[in-house]
Design a protein around this ligand. Structure first.
Ligand SMILES: Cc1cc2nc3c(=O)[nH]c(=O)nc-3n(C[C@H](O)[C@H](O)[C@H](O)COP(=O)(O)O)c2cc1C
Length: 354
């Protein structure tokens, strides 16, 4: 597996900047790509025009390989009763903020990879395409493969890793329980199956032949070296990049990441309908963090949008998803190129292969 990141991904450093939908766009990805890491463009929350524009920006501002990331969940059918029950649970907050119970606020949704997205992506032929929540339907996957893009996807269990290998992925992202943002789980919803990075990475490395990328709680060069010594070929790091000036992290999110509260995170389904790790805030304390009333992914977000917008306008993150991994100590307000190089500094050649 040595030097896999060079041969497979075409990058100089074994560092993948994690795609972070809603918290970054092309600017962060370009900075990381130009510094020798793999910059990632998260596309789950981009409409067709924004997707085209962001891909165009990537092509214009870097000639290095980059990763384009999509979700592949199945879209839920409309469940009016569940939505009404969810709004009823939120109604004390609506009253507190003087918001109409039926209020809607335009909020970007999360869409799965589709033929329409593939049509936009095709002329760009990105070096890498990564998926979260499994893989798209076979035909779509084959289309991406036919352009020569390398295909990566997240596994949160050994079973998921084996399944992904059987579908022919080029590398597997082992997402440990420490990771910020959504759990990539797709074969099970049982959260007791989810294990930490130190336990997950070697077990997946032993179970598959394809290269493994370690993700979750890696925040500094010692963490990178540890992951590589467990058999990972590269690392994928999210939380540490959230304070970079090139990230689009909101003001309330930045403030929370820099505060003591970043030490306390939990898995919550309140903000989207799927379990994701974020800093514990008022909504999580009072309704959850896990609550069966939250509608199916990604629809839980809609009813929260007006509360979130109102609270954020006065500097409060009480109703915002403050995605964050269990190790926020690596977050530094430095340019992403500097952070990327710092994360890969002092790696001994033996860590990275020949
Ligand atoms: C703010 C945020 C947003 C995320 N959004 C995505 C996403 O859009 N797609 C994806 O594949 N992973 C996403 N993730 C998960 C990352 O890919 C990765 O598993 C995680 O950041 C690694 O753990 P760390 O945050 O401790 O470094 C997100 C993580 C964070 C922190």
């Amino acid at each position: 597996m040595s030097g896999v990141y060079r041969d497979l991904l075409g990058i100089e450093l074994p560092i993948i900047q994690a795609p972070m939908a809603g918290s970054q766009g092309s600017e962060l990805a370009i900075a990381v790509a130009n510094a020798g890491g793999l910059g990632s463009l998260p596309c789950a929350m981009l409409g067709p025009e924004a997707l085209r524009a962001e891909l165009g920006a990537m092509r214009a501002r870097t000639d290095r390989p980059f990763n384009v990331n999509f979700f592949c969940h199945s879209e839920p059918s409309v469940d009016a009763r569940r939505e009404a029950a969810w709004r009823e649970l939120l109604s004390p907050y609506y009253r507190e903020y003087g918001i109409e119970a039926t209020a809607t606020v335009a909020a970007p949704s999360r869409a799965p990879f589709s033929t329409a997205a593939a049509d936009i992506l095709e002329p760009f032929r990105p070096a890498v395409v990564s998926f979260h929540f499994g893989l798209p339907a076979r035909g779509l996957l084959e289309r991406v493969r036919s352009w020569g893009s390398k295909i990566l996807s997240s596994a949160t269990t050994v079973d998921e890793a084996r399944w992904l290998e059987a579908q022919g992925v080029d590398a597997i992202i082992a997402q440990g329980l420490e990771a910020g943002g959504h759990r990539g789980l797709f074969l099970t919803e049982d959260l007791t199956s989810q294990i930490g990075t130190f336990a997950l990475v070697p077990q997946i490395v032993r179970s598959v032949r394809v290269p493994v990328v370690a993700a979750g709680g890696i925040a500094d060069t010692a963490g990178v070296a540890a992951a590589l010594s467990l058999g990972a070929s590269a690392v994928q790091i999210g939380t540490a990049y959230l304070l970079c000036p090139e990230a689009k992290t909101s003001a309330v999110h930045r403030a929370a990441l820099k505060s003591e509260s970043a030490r306390h995170t939990a898995l919550t389904n309140l903000f989207s309908g799927r379990p994701a790790r974020g800093i514990v805030n008022r909504l999580m304390r009072e309704l959850g963090p896990m609550n069966a009333a939250a509608p199916a992914f990604p629809t839980a977000a809609a009813a929260l949008a007006p509360l979130r917008a109102t609270a954020e306008s006065t500097g409060h993150g009480d109703f915002s998803p403050l995605w964050c991994g269990q190790n926020a100590t690596g977050g530094r307000e430095i340019p992403a190129a500097l952070l990327t190089r710092a994360l890969a500094a002092n790696l001994r050649p033996v860590d990275c292969g020949p």
